[in-house]
Ligand binder design. Structure first.
Ligand code: ADE
Length: 227
């Protein structure tokens, strides 16, 4: 999978080279390129934003700057993901869906966001004919300083679902949200007693069927309590 991320703060995205994603890139499973939007700035001052039509606070990112960046990266079969708190909610099923795509572009807006004509322009039939799809996603109902952290959240959730990225693929089938919306059961490791608190007896029993049943119940209880 090829992933392009466009931001005015490319350094913000350096954690993408660490841990699981760093290894996935070295193994050739994922190719992540971060691009500086300022490289596509126009005008003598090299600005990337301007005041909003209709008035109001803040600045809006200029469409031509974004289009120059996007035109250079857009190929057949691309999903363009615009990060905005006004987008659709990003969830595990969405991550699953994107994990089988070939090319994702993450557009990280700052300030009051990107001129809406970017979304409109790349949604036109000529782009649809080239299998270019435009999406707006939010990672939750709160407002971040920009789309950078949101894009990292999405990239981490999506790429760990690509076959070969996780060391132990079994952890995928057991974890939260994978089986009918259940959250994961509580986990314990050694020692069996710690600061006066015992590991539940059943986990020491060796009875795999009973353990599986107990874990399913615990996951259900946790979901009822927390959701
Ligand atoms: N940009 C600012 N807040 C955001 C959010 N919650 N999700 C995605 N992009 C954002």
């Amino acid at each position: 999978m090829k992933i392009d991320v466009i931001s005015i703060f490319p350094e913000y995205l350096s954690p993408l080279n660490l841990s699981l994603l760093g290894k996935a890139q070295s193994a050739g499973l994922v190719d992540i390129q971060v691009h500086n939007l300022r490289d596509y700035a126009i005008g003598v001052h090299g600005s990337v934003d301007d005041t909003p039509y209709g008035g109001g606070a803040g600045m809006v990112m200029s469409p031509e700057v974004w289009a120059k960046a996007l035109d250079s990266l857009m190929v057949e079969d691309t999903d363009l993901i615009i990060l905005t708190p006004a987008g659709k909610q990003f969830t595990q099923p969405v991550a699953q869906e994107f994990s089988s795509r070939s090319h994702l572009i993450f557009a990280c807006g700052r300030y009051e966001g990107i001129d809406d004509r970017i979304r409109q322009y790349y949604s036109q039939p000529e782009f649809q004919d080239r299998n270019i799809r435009v999406h707006e996603y939010s990672i939750g109902d709160y407002v971040l300083g920009g789309g950078e952290v949101a894009s990292m959240v999405m990239i981490e959730a999506i790429t760990r679902l690509i076959p070969g990225v996780l060391g132990n693929p079994e952890s995928l089938s057991e974890e939260s949200h994978n089986s009918e919306g259940y959250l994961e059961y509580p986990n314990y490791t050694k020692p069996a007693q710690w600061r006066g608190i015992d590991v539940p007896e059943i986990l020491l029993s060796g009875n795999h069927a009973a353990i599986a049943k107990w874990r399913a119940e615990q996951a259900q209880l946790r979901a009822e309590k927390n959701r």
